[in-house]
Design a protein around this ligand. Structure first.
Ligand SMILES: [Zn+2]
Length: 167
């Protein structure tokens, strides 16, 4: 249903940046060829990511910034491009103000829940293997933070996932 996750990770840099960039372009083109959305992983690399993404302007590029934890400037840019935001258990244990503002600001129509299983298990299940059922814990956390009913978060994230992945 999607290509990815793919993208740029300059935190770990398991591969040289040039190789990551080449592969990202290849995967974007693969997604366009097959009319599929992309699941993007972008860590400490938005300065390189945006020029690549924007070079495909005009193409029907759609996708999600999975495990989004970045700042409001990149959030605004992603909103302009209609990208979705994947939120997982990180939201429940990152306590800095910027992250809380980010999680409050993500527009409802672009909000997705994810697990990142088997990693990033939400509080209070840290240390356990993350499973699909834990998405509910993240949803409950977001409902509290965004002061919205859990049912709204559940309904819209389900609808958003169906729309993006056509499932
Ligand atoms: Zn990732």
């Amino acid at each position: 249903v999607a290509i990815g996750e793919c993208g740029l990770d300059y935190f770990y840099t398991h591969s040289p940046r040039e190789a990551q960039i080449d592969l990202l372009k290849f995967q974007i083109e693969l997604a366009l060829e097959h009319d599929l959305p992309l699941s993007f992983h972008v860590r400490e690399a938005f300065d390189d990511f945006w020029p690549i993404f924007e070079s495909y302007r005009g193409a029907d590029l759609r996708g999600v910034l999975h495990s989004y934890t970045d700042n409001l400037a990149n959030l605004e840019k992603a909103v302009k491009h209609g990208l979705y935001f994947g939120v997982n258990g990180i939201a429940t244990f990152v306590k800095d103000e910027q992250s809380r503002v980010t999680y409050r600001t993500i527009p409802q129509h672009l909000l997705l829940l994810e697990t990142d299983a088997p990693f990033l298990t939400p509080v209070p299940f840290r240390g356990k293997v993350c499973e699909s059922k834990h998405a509910r814990v993240t949803a409950e956390f977001l409902a509290g933070l965004r002061e919205q009913p859990l049912e709204d978060i559940a309904a819209t994230t389900t609808a958003n996932a169906r729309a993006l992945f056509k499932v």
